[in-house]
Design a protein around this ligand. Structure first.
Ligand code: ZN
Length: 263
């Protein structure tokens, strides 16, 4: 089997006006939408300006960079965020809620302007993942259902939840849709299809090796598993993950596989 890897840096090059402030990378992905990324977690933060409203998605640039993020936002749009939306309830995404709340923003469970920012619930990375689709600019924020800098993390929804979540995204997106992952370079539908196929190939391979009686240490040396793993990082790091992270990913995949095996 051949595993495909899409060159996400090519997508990155599409957004020519990448602005580097001190701590925050700014990508202008459409006339009214920006993706801001802090140094500490690499969380992709959405900044959306619609009429007089300014919406932030997952404002977490790192514990010591809230002021810098606030300042950068002010430099770009000249106003303060009015609403905060989160793709899920993990601190690397919600960590900045309190800061912006204390500066007047409102944290919302669902989109304040449902006709332009559609909120869609799925269950893959966490028990409550929300995708945000911006119809007007054809941009989809998907949180950690999709990560282009790390291995997949489908621990809440398992194989079923993962595939349903990806299917939901593929049904909304067309070939031009800008797909913003929770972390890592911005992607598109073709890259997501590859990610889905590699994820399923990974689960299948780990399941096979596990039921052959191989231990985690032995699985860590499996060429085929390692080849699949390498497909998950867009930045061509080698090794793609620290050893500890690989063994944890194998163990967590095994617990998903075992819990699904029982049903
Ligand atoms: Zn995350």
């Amino acid at each position: 089997m051949k595993y495909r890897k899409l060159m996400l840096w090519m997508c990155f090059l599409l957004f020519s006006n990448v602005v580097f402030s001190n701590e925050i990378i700014v990508q202008n992905v459409s006339s009214n939408v920006y993706v801001l990324t802090g140094k500490d977690y690499g969380t992709n933060i959405g900044l959306i300006e619609i009429a007089d409203k300014l919406i932030l998605i997952d404002p977490m640039p790192g514990e010591t960079h809230f002021y810098q993020l606030d300042k950068t936002i002010n430099e770009i749009v000249g106003k303060r965020p009015s609403y905060i939306l989160n793709t899920h309830n993990h601190s690397d995404h919600t960590g900045g809620n309190a800061y912006f709340k204390s500066n007047g923003a409102q944290v919302l469970e669902t989109s304040p302007i449902a006709d332009s920012v559609q909120a869609i619930g799925v269950n893959s990375h966490s028990s409550k993942d929300t995708l945000y689709y911006l119809k007007g600019s054809n941009i989809l924020f998907v949180g950690d259902v999709y990560d282009t800098s790390w291995h997949p993390t489908f621990y809440s929804g398992g194989t079923k939840g993962f595939n349903e979540a990806i299917e939901t995204i593929l049904n909304i997106a067309d070939a031009q849709t800008i797909i913003v992952p929770g972390h890592g370079p911005i992607a598109n539908k073709a890259a997501l299809v590859t990610f889905r196929d590699n994820t399923n190939a990974w689960i299948e391979r780990i399941s096979y090796l596990h039921y052959q009686g191989l231990s985690t240490e032995m699985i860590m040396k499996d060429e085929q598993a390692l080849t699949i793993l390498e497909m998950f990082s867009a930045n061509n790091k080698s090794p793609v993950l620290p050893e500890k992270a690989i063994s944890r990913f194998i163990d967590r995949t095994i617990s998903v596989v075992e819990s699904e095996h029982k049903h």
